[in-house]
Design a protein around this ligand. Structure first.
Ligand code: A3P
Ligand code: MG
Ligand code: MG
Length: 382
């Protein structure tokens, strides 16, 4: 039988052209109650050594060993070693999800044994890096840097992997010596604040090697989305109030010294949002900041409890809201589920966002943007 609603074809010029859906990012659209976010549970750990080699263990975990006072004495010299004791990771090497996938593949029997109603080899809706989610969380308030996220659906799980934007690449390749030294100072701060053993003391004379990393793999849930993600962690506090991982981890940060209430307000508005998002996602309970003086010393230390940051910003009406960040992230993940429905590791949807625009996407079949390695697809198909 013929469908009664079938209308004669319109001339091409009058047909409404199908436009792929987009996702708006205005904060006001996401200003509701804080969504459900399950307390993150650590599923595993891995390390990257001085040569950037993967190890399925915690050998690179370091231990929080702060000085006894808020004003370090003797003073930290964050510039020390920049010229001669700095081994820099090759950032032109795009690693994608590689190390995280190594962890997943190495734990596939355990992940499978966790059981999944949908029969998936990985019992999670999303697998990604924490850093990618941090960028999603801060999107409603970001006015400087856009992002590109590649997404593939493989055996029931959505994999999300960042693609460097042309602007980010240009910035990285043309980074001034001053900015490079600033980045070094962030790493150097870690050397002054951490020891290699739980009872050790920091040894700030050593080489700073940014190939080294310790990563935690956590499992959590945001609304209806189950997440498995990995994030680099600076250290754990062996004497802290929260002995269990991931709450025992401490994030270290540096920031220019604040001299006025206006500077502090600006720091809360623009910088603390990133610090909060980075640590809140994996359940890291504390952020310890070192405030830099112009001579490269640390003028003061300050501890921020991740769960109390919302209290600091509550009084400022023009400030960011944690609920907006989380509601947007939940909406973005739902958007990915709606758009990426074909299970095919060779199919990549590239989600793009620039400040002032909604999130949009393009579809790419085969070659160029494929990011799930053949070895991974093979291992997880067996
Ligand atoms: P700060 O944290 O003091 O900024 P993380 O804080 O995530 O542990 O990163 C450690 C340090 O790496 C940072 O110190 C910063 O110096 C450097 N770093 C991290 N991300 C960077 C980026 N996108 N560009 C330049 N440097 C970066
Ligand atoms: Mg770090
Ligand atoms: Mg840090």
């Amino acid at each position: 039988a013929k469908s009664p609603s079938l209308s004669p074809p319109l001339p091409l010029s009058q047909r409404s052209r199908w436009a792929p859906p987009t996702l708006p990012t205005e904060p006001s659209l996401y200003d509701g109650p804080f969504p459900f976010y399950r307390r993150p549970a650590e599923e595993g750990r891995f390390s990257l050594d001085a040569q950037r080699r993967y190890h399925p263990d915690a050998r690179q975990l370091r231990y929080f060993a702060p000085p006894p006072a808020e004003h370090p004495d003797p003073a930290f010299d964050l510039r020390h070693g920049y010229r001669d004791r700095y081994v820099r990771r090759d950032e032109s090497e795009r690693e994608g999800l590689e190390h995280l996938l190594q962890w997943v593949a190495g734990n596939r029997d355990r992940l499978r044994a966790q059981g999944d109603a949908a029969g998936r080899p990985v019992n999670a809706d999303f697998v990604t890096w924490r850093g990618h989610l941090t960028k999603v969380l801060t999107t409603p308030y970001e006015s400087q840097e856009g992002w590109l996220l590649a997404v593939s659906l493989f055996r029931g799980t959505l994999y999300v992997s960042e693609v460097e934007t042309p602007a980010a690449r240009q910035q990285r390749e043309q980074r001034s010596d001053m900015l490079q030294e600033l980045a070094y100072m962030g790493y150097k701060f870690e050397r002054y604040m951490c020891a290699d053993t739980p009872d050790g003391s920091p040894d700030p004379t050593g080489v700073v090697n940014t190939n080294e990393a310790f990563c935690t793999v956590v499992r959590t849930r945001l609304g209806s989305h189950s997440l498995l993600f990995a994030g680099e962690v600076d250290c754990m506090d062996p004497r802290g109030a929260w002995p269990e991982a991931p709450a025992c981890y401490v994030e270290l940060k540096t920031c220019k010294e604040l001299h006025s209430p206006a500077q502090r307000k600006s720091f809360y508005r623009h910088k603390l949002i990133k610090w909060w998002a980075q640590s809140f996602l994996p359940g890291v309970s504390r952020i310890v900041a070192g405030f830099r003086a112009p001579d490269g010393s640390v003028a003061a230390l300050e501890t921020f409890e991740t769960m109390k940051i919302f209290q600091l910003i509550r009084g400022d009406r023009g400030c960011w809201k944690p609920a907006v960040c989380m509601n947007f992230c939940e909406a973005f993940l739902a958007f990915l589920k709606r758009v990426v429905t074909e299970d095919d590791p060779q199919l990549v949807h590239l989600f793009a966002w620039e400040p002032g625009s909604p999130v949009s996407y393009t579809r790419h079949q085969g070659a160029e943007h494929v990011f799930l390695p053949a070895w991974y697809v093979e291992t997880m198909s067996g």
